[in-house]
Design a protein around this ligand. Structure first.
Ligand SMILES: *Cc1c(COP(=O)(O)O)cnc(C)c1O
Length: 500
């Protein structure tokens, strides 16, 4: 059988002696500098790399890159992840030499440009959320949540309130919420949502006592619904001495429309790598700034960034600070991209972003609910949730629809989340998609619904067009094979007579 070079690994393409670059002779002198390396640290045998020419290397990586789904190549309606287009002007700014080459250890006087960007970004985030101050350090949403939990404890301990051990979390919350609270030693208490997918005031009051440190909430919640009782909820929690934490990872619905600060929240995290168009996925750098209300400011991580006259300075955050949560000043490349995004749109542009995100989600909801049942049939915010529970007879789960969509060149929506919806399919189109793209998605879902009835096997075997079809998802997450395994490498080298 002829194997297509596209499906070969680089080690299989390797041939002894092939080279992609010619370096000066003395550059490759193996013994040079070795005398300073202690014997126990030296390799006992030569390192094995694939040996290939430059065009082979280029083809290898270009072919690999084409196997990916990305926001630059495919529609990506991954609910709760806000896979919106990352404007290329962000990358242009991040590539400017003065930003790309700035070093965190250089004197502050020579890094005023990036410090100004961070300072002004903080002012913008304050304006957008209504919070008093931000730390830009956390590197992800979950990292922001952990920082938030540290702030909650520091706040209560400063008041001598040491028995506040409980954190309330609605059952519709993102999994990172209870995980972050539990990781920091809090006892997590789950609040059951009502039939309309919201926090029920009565249920909240039943659980509110003087052991509650904090209520963690997402608004809009993970069903894409706005918590209408939010002001009453905030009052109730504050009355009992608790704090309110806002998971603002999905702020795409509220830009320029509503502010968590005005709703009474004390601590807020934002995901710049979602709402503010900095790239994400694949484990790249993220950014999860945390904003706080006035009474939590003294506990913020340091250093804080201030402006003294015309000079931007990083200063110590004071004796009550929880300390540093990230090296230097966070992922500044992400901060810069988010800043460019905010300033290129302006406040009016940001409002339009959220209005369009909401419009797109409601357009899809109205079309899709004729094909699959909707979890809660009410106007949604930036995303909507379908339930695929009616296809048990065909053996079809929401994940099978996700797999089949890949064959049509559409990234899978979020499946089996939120957990409160049976067979959930969570769809977030974002504001950057055209009506034509949304219509094509609806048409594809119609085709798939028909297939479920006519030929369910087509879904159960999907995807049919991709090199990897149904990997063991648990193994893939727990024991990912990220490098060419030694075993296989040995075998090929043996076959080619290369001494080990
Ligand atoms: C994505 C997300 C998070 C976690 O953010 P990470 O950056 O992935 O850690 C938390 N809450 C909600 C609602 C999210 O959508």
């Amino acid at each position: 059988m002829l194997i297509s070079p596209c499906s070969q690994l680089s080690f299989e393409k390797s041939r002894p002696g092939r080279r992609g670059a010619s370096l000066p002779k003395d550059y490759c002198d193996k013994s040079k500098g070795l005398e300073t390396v202690p014997d126990k640290f030296r390799r006992k045998r030569a390192l094995v790399f694939p040996e290939m020419t430059e065009p082979e290397v280029v083809r290898h990586f270009v072919q690999l890159s084409k196997k990916n789904f990305s926001i630059d190549s495919h529609f990506y309606p991954l609910g709760s992840c806000t896979m919106k287009y990352n404007p290329k002007i962000n990358e242009w700014a991040a590539g400017l030499e003065g930003f790309a080459k700035v070093h965190p250890l250089q004197p502050q006087s020579t890094a005023q440009g990036i410090l100004q960007v961070c300072y002004e970004l903080e002012q913008d985030l304050r304006e957008i959320t209504g919070m008093k101050r931000f730390t830009l350090q956390p590197a992800a949403g979950a990292h922001g949540e952990l920082t938030g939990m540290m702030l909650v404890r520091a706040y209560h301990e400063a008041l001598g309130q040491t028995k506040r051990r409980k954190v309330l979390v609605p059952d519709s919350s993102h999994g990172t919420n209870p995980a972050s609270a539990a990781l920091y030693g809090y006892h997590v208490v789950e609040l059951k949502s009502n039939a309309r997918g919201r926090v029920e005031l009565k249920t909240l009051l039943e659980h509110l006592d003087d052991e509650v440190a904090c209520l963690m909430l997402t608004n809009p919640n993970t069903l894409g619904l706005f918590e209408e009782d939010i002001v009453k909820v905030a009052e109730a929690v504050h009355q009992k001495g608790g704090l309110l934490y806002y998971d603002g990872a999905n702020f795409n619905a509220l830009l320029g429309i509503a502010r968590p600060g005005d709703m009474g929240f004390d601590i807020v995290h934002l995901n710049l790598h979602k709402t503010f168009s900095t790239p994400h996925g694949g484990g790249g750098p993220g950014s999860g700034p945390v904003g706080v209300s006035e009474r939590v400011v003294p506990f913020l991580p340091g250093p804080l960034l201030d402006k003294q006259g015309e000079v931007y300075v990083l200063r110590d955050a004071g004796p009550k600070s929880i300390g540093r949560v990230k090296s230097f000043y966070g992922n500044t490349g992400m901060l810069l991209r988010a800043f460019v995004y905010i300033r290129s749109l302006g406040l009016a542009g940001l409002k339009k972003v959220s209005e369009d995100a909401i419009l797109n989600a409601n357009y899809l909801k109205e079309k899709l609910k004729k094909i699959f049942p909707i979890a809660v049939d009410e106007p949604c915010m930036h995303e909507c949730v379908l339930s695929i529970r009616n296809y048990k007879a065909q053996g079809i789960h929401s994940g099978d629809i996700g797999k089949r969509l890949l064959d049509f060149g559409i990234h899978a929506p979020t499946v089996h989340f939120p957990l409160v919806v049976e067979e959930a399919l969570m769809i977030e189109p974002t504001e950057t998609e055209s009506k034509e793209t949304l219509d094509r998605f609806v048409k594809t879902m119609e085709i798939i619904a028909e297939e479920i009835l006519q030929d369910p096997d087509k879904l159960l075997q999907a995807p049919h067009t991709l090199p990897i079809r149904r990997p063991d998802e648990v193994l893939a997450a727990r024991k990912p094979v990220l490098s060419y395994r030694d075993q296989l490498r040995e075998r090929i080298l043996l076959a080619e007579g290369v001494p080990g």
